[in-house]
Design a protein around this ligand. Structure first.
Ligand SMILES: *Cc1c(COP(=O)(O)O)cnc(C)c1O
Length: 226
């Protein structure tokens, strides 16, 4: 395997993605600083993670709690500014681990999980930011609340459980125009007073920026194929 300093591709990819985010932001009359680039490191070899860290990247996304724990729990101690986002489905019995490790949990999508997270946060005295995942395409195989369920769910978790919800997250269907889904997510966020929108992946992050994304989750375009 090449050592980090022999293979500059991740650093170059990060710079290229950042430039494209800046350009898309400018075209939309937005400040690039308002958009967080989450480097999605799931299933990537360690050497590429090291390259990203060497290039100054500090915000990472993982989709599995156990994999993320193995990769990041020791590194955490040396990287005060590391920010970890959970972007994959979370089982209720992993809520404690998720609260202990992640700074942002983007995939809250049911009451049982909200209750488990609330308990874990009280016990640990740690409060990761929470985002609600919306299944904008209403795909049966995909996690997330149906768009029509979101308002009621937010009322319940904010009211009954006293949880702060920072924003919404979505993964549009692969074979549909993502812009429609980004617009829908933005609309649901607006009517619920939510500021943060996690949307856009390697294939569509510039479109997501146009539609108001405050965080884009980019894996392949940063690290290469998984
Ligand atoms: C894997 C993954 C990404 C990154 O996808 P790329 O197409 O590789 O950029 C983004 N969001 C979620 C939820 C993912 O699981």
């Amino acid at each position: 395997m090449p050592s980090p300093d022999q293979d500059p591709s991740v650093a170059a990819n990060l710079a290229a993605v950042r430039r494209r985010i800046e350009k898309a932001a400018r075209a939309a009359g937005r400040a690039a600083d308002d958009i967080t680039l989450i480097a999605v490191s799931k299933q990537q070899p360690e050497v590429r993670i090291e390259q990203a860290l060497a290039a100054g990247q500090r915000v990472f996304g993982e989709n599995r709690v156990q994999e993320a724990k193995a990769r990041w729990s020791e590194r955490r101690a040396d990287l005060a500014d590391l920010r970890l986002h959970l972007i994959g489905p979370l089982q209720t019995n992993k809520a404690e681990d998720a609260v202990a490790l992640f700074d942002v949990i983007q995939t809250l999508d049911r009451l049982k999980l909200a209750e488990a997270l609330a308990r874990a946060m009280d016990r640990q005295g740690r409060r990761p930011r929470l985002m609600v995942q919306v299944n904008t395409g209403e795909e049966p195989q995909k996690a997330g609340l149906a768009p029509a369920e979101v308002d009621g769910f937010l009322d319940a978790v904010r009211g009954r459980l006293g949880l702060d919800i920072a924003g919404l997250m979505a993964i549009p269907p692969q074979d549909e125009e993502p812009a429609l889904h980004f617009a829908l997510l933005a609309k649901i966020a607006r009517r619920n007073g939510l500021a943060e929108l996690s949307m856009g992946m390697s294939g569509d992050y510039e479109t997501a920026v146009r539609f108001g994304a405050t965080a884009v989750r980019v894996g392949t375009s940063v690290f290469g194929a998984r």
